[in-house]
Design a protein around this ligand. Structure first.
Ligand SMILES: C[S@@+](CC[C@H](N)C(=O)[O-])C[C@H]1O[C@@H](n2cnc3c(N)ncnc32)[C@H](O)[C@@H]1O
Length: 338
C-alpha cells in the first residue's frame, strides 16, 4: 500500500465519529493485530536485558508500563521474570479479555527460548506459567490480568499516574514514546521520575523511524524527514501520530527531567544514512542541526537512572497551557500504529 493512501485513510478516520473503532476493525481485517509472540517476547526481553545491564533485577519489582497495546506481552514477560506488580496504562482500549488470553496461550511454545534469552531461572518461569494456565477460565479482563500481577488502567494518563512518590522500581515501555508529543513526553518523563524509587530505572525501547515504511517498500524509514512540521501534520497526526524526535532529542529531554543516562543505544538504518550522504534524501531545514547518524536512527534503547534526590521541577514554557490531553483527545495526540 502506498503510504499516502494509508495516511489519507487514517486522516478520514481521525475526523469521523467512531473513527477509532473503524481503525480497529480495519486492523483486524488486515491482520495487523495478530498475535506475534516471538517478536513481542523478544522486545520485552530487550527491556529485561537493559535492566540486567544496569545491574538490577526484575525479581520482586514493581513496574509501571506506558502503552499496553493490544497484547500484554510486556507485563506477562515481567511477571514470568518475577515482577511483583505491573501497572500498565493506555489511552486506547485495545486490550481485551480475548487478546489477553491469546497472549498467554501463544507464549507456551516460546517459553524455553524466552527463559534462555533472558537468562532466567527455568524452574521458576515454568512454575509461574503453569500456575497461570492451570487456573480456570477468568470471567473478566481484570481477573485474568491480576493472575499475572498486572493492573490495567484505561483510560490512563501517564502524566498523572496517581501513584505515590518513589513507589516504582521501573518505568518501562516498548514502541510507545515515538507516538507521544514532546511536551506530553516531557511531563511523562517527569512523572516517571517522581514515581521511581531513588535508584529506579526509566527503561524504554522505541522506533524513531517513519512507520509508513513498514507498509510501503518504496520509501525508507527516513522518508518523513523531508517534511516541515506543518506538512507532516497532514500525514502523521491523530491515529498515525509520530513525533519525529531524533535520539539525541529524546536523550536531551530525559536529561532535562533529571534522569541520568545509563544506556543509550541506537540502531542506524544504513540505507537512510547513505541516502542522506549522497543527497537522495534531503531533510527539511527543521532537522538541519542534527547529524546524519542521528537522522538515520530507526531504533533506540534507553535506560535512565532516577538519582538519589528529588525530581527536578519542570521549567514552564508558554506551550504548557496548550498541551492536548492524551486522554480527552486521543485522536489528536495518540498513535496506534506499531
Ligand atoms: C505501537 S503501540 C505499542 C503497544 C505495546 N507496548 C506493544 O509493544 O505492542 C503504542 C501504544 O501506546 C499507546 N499510547 C500512546 N500514547 C500514550 C500515552 N500518552 N499514554 C499511554 N499510552 C499511550 C497507544 O494507545 C498504543 O496502545
Amino acid at each position: 500500500m502506498y503510504w499516502q493512501h494509508k495516511a489519507f485513510a487514517i486522516n478520514i478516520l481521525n475526523r469521523i465519529p467512531f473513527g477509532r473503532r473503524g481503525y480497529l476493525l480495519a486492523q483486524k481485517l488486515l491482520g495487523t493485530t495478530r498475535v506475534n509472540p516471538r517478536r513481542d517476547l523478544q522486545r520485552a526481553a530487550e527491556l529485561i536485558e537493559m535492566i540486567r545491564e544496569a545491574g538490577q533485577t526484575i525479581e520482586g519489582s514493581e513496574c509501571y508500563e506506558i502503552g499496553t497495546g493490544w497484547h500484554p506481552f510486556t507485563p506477562l514477560a515481567f511477571y514470568l521474570a518475577g515482577a511483583r506488580r505491573i501497572v500498565s496504562v493506555d489511552v486506547n482500549p485495545w486490550l481485551s479479555l480475548n487478546s489477553a488470553l491469546q497472549t498467554i496461550h501463544s507464549v507456551d511454545p516460546h517459553l524455553e527460548w524466552f527463559t534462555q534469552i533472558c537468562q532466567l531461572d527455568r524452574a521458576r518461569v515454568f512454575e509461574r506459567y503453569q500456575r497461570l494456565v492451570a487456573t480456570p477460565k477468568a470471567d473478566s479482563l481484570r481477573e485474568l490480568l491480576g493472575r499475572f500481577h498486572c493492573e490495567y488502567i484505561y483510560p490512563g494518563d501517564a502524566r498523572h499516574t496517581g501513584l505515590p512518590d518513589r513507589s516504582m522500581d521501573f518505568v518501562i515501555s516498548s514502541n510507545v514514546l515515538e507516538h507521544i508529543p514532546p511536551t506530553i513526553l516531557r511531563d511523562i518523563a517527569a512523572e516517571g521520575c517522581r514515581i521511581l524509587k531513588p535508584g529506579g530505572l526509566f527503561v524504554h525501547r522505541f522506533n524513531p523511524g517513519d512507520h509508513y515504511a513498514n507498509d510501503d517498500p518504496s520509501i525508507g524509514t527516513g522518508n518523513f524527514l523531508q517534511f516541515s512540521e506543518l506538512e507532516w501534520k497532514s500525514y502523521g497526526a491523530g491515529l498515525a501520530y509520530h513525533n519525529r524526535l531524533r535520539c539525541s532529542q529524546f536523550s536531551e529531554l530525559f536529561a532535562k527531567v533529571g534522569l541520568i543516562p545509563l544506556i543509550e543505544k541506537q540502531r542506524v538504518d544504513p540505507t537512510v544514512l547513505e541516502a542522506l550522504r549522497n543527497g537522495t534524501l534531503q531533510p527539511h531545514g527543521d532537522f538541519a542541526d542534527l547529524s546524519p547518524e542521528d537522522l538515520a536512527a530507526d531504533y533506540m534503547w534507553y535506560a535512565g537512572l532516577q538519582p538519589h534526590g528529588t525530581p527536578q521541577p519542570l521549567p514552564t514554557s508558554p506551550q504548557d497551557t496548550d498541551i492536548p490531553s492524551a486522554v480527552d483527545e486521543p485522536a489528536r495526540s495518540v498513535s496506534i500504529c506499531g
